[in-house]
Write a protein that binds this ligand. Structure first.
Ligand SMILES: [Zn+2]
Length: 95
């Protein structure tokens, strides 16, 4: 019994009471739009943002790098136009 008490006292070191430093970040739609706007290029770039190659193809809503395969989504580009482009190019099977 005596040994158990000593082990319990040693296992629980005295802790200093520290103030909580956690920060609550609200997950709002505006926050996601801000972060997405940083990732999406606003204009059509001349080079791939990943590898720097100029071997890129401009699609209605994306810039597709033919060298490394990166597909960069353009900000405020129409996905309906992109879908029509893909259907007419034979990239998708029309259903
Ligand atoms: Zn690339």
């Amino acid at each position: 019994m005596k040994h158990a008490r000593n082990a319990k006292n040693e296992a629980a070191p005295a802790r200093k009471s520290e103030p909580a430093t956690a920060q609550v970040v609200p997950l709002t739609a505006e926050r996601f739009l801000e972060s997405a706007a940083k990732r999406f290029p606003a204009e059509r770039p001349d080079r791939c943002s990943k590898c720097g190659s100029t071997f890129i193809k401009h699609e209605p809503a994306f810039v597709h790098c033919r060298y490394c395969g990166k597909i960069a989504r353009l900000a405020n580009a129409s996905l309906a136009d992109q879908e029509i482009f893909e259907l007419r190019s034979g990239l998708r099977i029309a259903s």
